[in-house]
Design a protein around this ligand. Sequence first.
Ligand code: SF4
Length: 213
Amino acid sequence: MMGVKDRAAAVAELLAGEYPDARCELDYRSPWGLLVATMLSAQCTDVRVNRVTPDLFARWPEPVDLAAAGQKEVEAVIRSTGMYRRKAASLRAAAWIVAEQHGGAPPAEIDALVALPGVGRKTAKVVLGEGFGVAAGVTVDTHVRRLARRLGLTNLEDAEKIAAELEELLPRDEWISFSTRMILHGRRVCTARSPRCEDCVLADICPKDGVTR
Ligand code: SF4
């Protein structure tokens, strides 16, 4: 019977073989663009975010521009991403702080990122990992949580606690790519409603915890 640390290493290796060039599916051109896209992606698909951001950045290219934009104008542009009032307010407030206090670029430091309105630890880890190449931790979204539980890597519910467990199990230089690949695998194979275990590269080592089919 494989121990949990060995299983985590095997999962990381198999997923690396399956998704060698895995990257975040949000489109962005700068750390600021990634921060905005990640904030918009809450409760929304990356595809939908990618449809909105070109218009957003055409109108307000830099944080200083978005900070000066009207609430209603921003709401109108990002409406299709859901929770648009709260997201517009957070984006404008974060843009103002980035423009005023960070010289127009998001800070590459987790405490400064989570101090921005609307930015939680998950968003901060994505921006640090993808935007700056800084492994601040494993990002645990709904896909990573579901897969980690099915794969028997955790039996916890809380995303931050699961992240801490996965960070114990994996070497730091795998944190970023592991999250990205787990998310891709969760979208393509180990979906919430109907995991395709018969087609899954992890099937031989997966205990399939909680999978009823
Ligand atoms: S074997 Fe099934 S439950 Fe396990 S990771 Fe693959 S699809 Fe998910």
